[in-house]
Design a protein around this ligand. Structure first.
Ligand code: PLP
Length: 493
């Protein structure tokens, strides 16, 4: 059976259900499978199935203590009837490349793939480990995670969720998605402060009131939980399977994946897929103007001491990519990883060795593109191919084109037979920036902008988004930061 260890201490070992229940290791490290050899398999056994079959096969490898029968039930509960595409994550051919659409879930963002699964994995883990408390999920969000988490935990027995977001700090669409979220156990609350205040406040609550009332334990839904990462491994196989079925590749061909990256979770799932044996060529880490990972993949120097840029791809605006720590462990070992993480928290930077960098760049490449380059990609691809990308996907597309241009110039041919750009959000979620990129007129109202995108593309507005403007507002609270503690205690009773 696979053991999970902490990235900072390999002698701390737990089962997969324990790792999911705890979220983070007690020493501050992240849980990972102890040996990558343990996840090795024949990829043919996975890609021959439909999405749910693939999920079942992948979860079985990573979460052996759940057992196959329970996993089958959890996969069904996570995905049945929740996604609008029969493939769950369909691949679309666009020009000479392919786009893997990860946004057909209930909130039109790729986080739905993982947050549909996590609540089920978490509540099963609680039962398996004889944990009796009700689980109260606390999340601070700058937009996208909040609505996907509210949706994922909505009416999941034994759980409640409170999402804090900055008052006036999210888009109209994002706010409406949260305040109209369904579920008798859900709650979204604005705080008078910015996202950092919300996040700092939530972190303090985990320390101060881990049990807000008797019989309730706080837990987190953020992307350092291994139960959020593993469900994302599945769509790398799903993409390969679809490319094979449509004749775009031959069996065994390597495929490049270009991933719009923030916290390094999505692309880390691709690394696990590679280590399982899927023929992956390069994993391209696409960043926006916040190019800390691009610099790291070029120089081995991680330096968070840089200006923070607000961009039109806000889910990639990040200076510390937590999931990178998982990759560091496998490449650099526990001792170096602990050293680097200490340096990062104390000095804001660290430098890996030349050998470590060489091993990382044998798989990963880092490329960045700014808002203008992203907007140009939206416009060009729409004009040429009549395919509309959101502002995150378009950063990845622009990065792919830069990389291709570089390869052509140098005559290098190390890349895969086909390339897949991961599309992490529906263009309707970012209607304003998308219309701006297309040179269309903007309205003050997000509803009008969404309808305008519909007129331009002819594609229907996703159901979950079309409804938010008429649905009842269920969560209208706005509170001071200093009141967060009492608020959570109140919601726990
Ligand atoms: C969260 C998010 C990302 C970044 O994914 P990571 O796993 O954090 O790297 C990219 N695009 C969108 C739309 C997202 O919501």
């Amino acid at each position: 059976m696979i053991n999970y260890i902490s990235t900072r201490n390999p002698s701390h070992k737990v089962s997969s259900s324990r790792a999911i229940l705890s979220g983070q290791a007690p020493d501050g490290g992240l849980y990972i499978p102890e040996h990558l050899e343990d996840i090795r398999c024949d990829y043919h056994d996975i890609i021959s199935k439909d999405f749910r079959g693939m999920a079942r096969a992948v979860w079985n490898i990573f979460f052996p203590d759940y057992g196959d029968a329970l996993i089958e039930e959890l996969v069904t509960r996570s995905y049945e009837g929740k996604f609008s595409a029969p493939e769950i994550t369909p691949v679309v051919k666009v020009g000479g490349s392919h786009v893997l659409e990860l946004y057909h879930g209930p909130t039109s963002a790729f986080k739905d793939v993982a947050l549909s699964a996590l609540p089920n994995l978490l509540t099963a883990a609680r039962d398996m480990n004889d944990f009796r408390d009700e689980i109260m999920i606390l999340t601070a969000t700058s937009g996208d995670t909040g609505s996907a988490a509210l949706c994922g935990f909505s009416d999941v027995p034994g759980t409640r969720i409170v999402v804090f977001y900055p008052h006036g700090g999210v888009s109209e669409t994002q706010r409406l998605q949260m305040v109209t979220a369904p579920g008798s156990n859900t709650c979204a609350c604005a705080i008078r402060g910015n996202f950092d205040d919300a996040q700092t406040g939530v972190k303090a609550l985990f320390r101060e009131i881990p049990h807000p009332v008797e019989g309730v334990s706080l837990s987190s839904a953020n992307s350092i939980n291994i139960g959020r990462l593993v469900p994302q491994v599945v769509y790398y196989f799903a993409a390969y399977s679809q490319l094979l079925a449509s004749g775009e590749i031959s069996d065994g061909d390597k495929v490049d994946y270009i991933v719009p990256t923030g916290n390094f979770g999505d692309i880390m799932a691709g690394y696990f897929a590679l280590k399982m044996g899927l023929p992956v060529g390069r994993l391209v880490c696409a960043s926006n103007r916040n190019d800390v990972l691009t610099e790291f993949l070029e120089t081995g120097h991680y330096n968070r001491k840089r200006p923070f840029h607000k961009t039109t791809s806000p889910s990639m605006d990040i200076l510390v990519s937590s999931n990178l720590e998982r990759l560091l462990y496998y490449v650099c070992g526990a001792e170096h990883t602990a050293e680097y993480m200490k340096a990062l928290s104390e000095n804001g930077e660290y430098q890996i060795t030349a050998e470590e960098l060489a091993e990382i760049t044998s798989v990963f490449a880092g490329v960045c593109a700014d808002d203008d380059e992203g907007a140009a990609a939206i416009r060009d691809v729409f004009n040429r191919e009549h395919y509309l990308m959101d502002t995150h996907t378009s950063i990845a597309w622009a990065c792919m084109e830069k990389l291709d241009a570089g390869h052509a110039a140098s005559g290098a041919s190390e890349h895969g037979a086909a390339s897949v750009v991961l599309s992490t959000a529906s263009p309707y979620k970012f209607s304003r920036a998308v219309l701006e990129a297309l040179g269309e007129e903007l309205s003050e109202s997000d509803e009008a902008n969404m309808n305008r995108v519909h007129e331009v593309t002819g594609a229907p507005v996703p159901e979950g988004l079309a409804g938010i403007f008429s649905r009842e507002v269920r969560h209208g609270d706005v509170i001071e930061i200093s009141d967060m503690k009492d608020y959570v205690i109140g919601k726990s009773e």
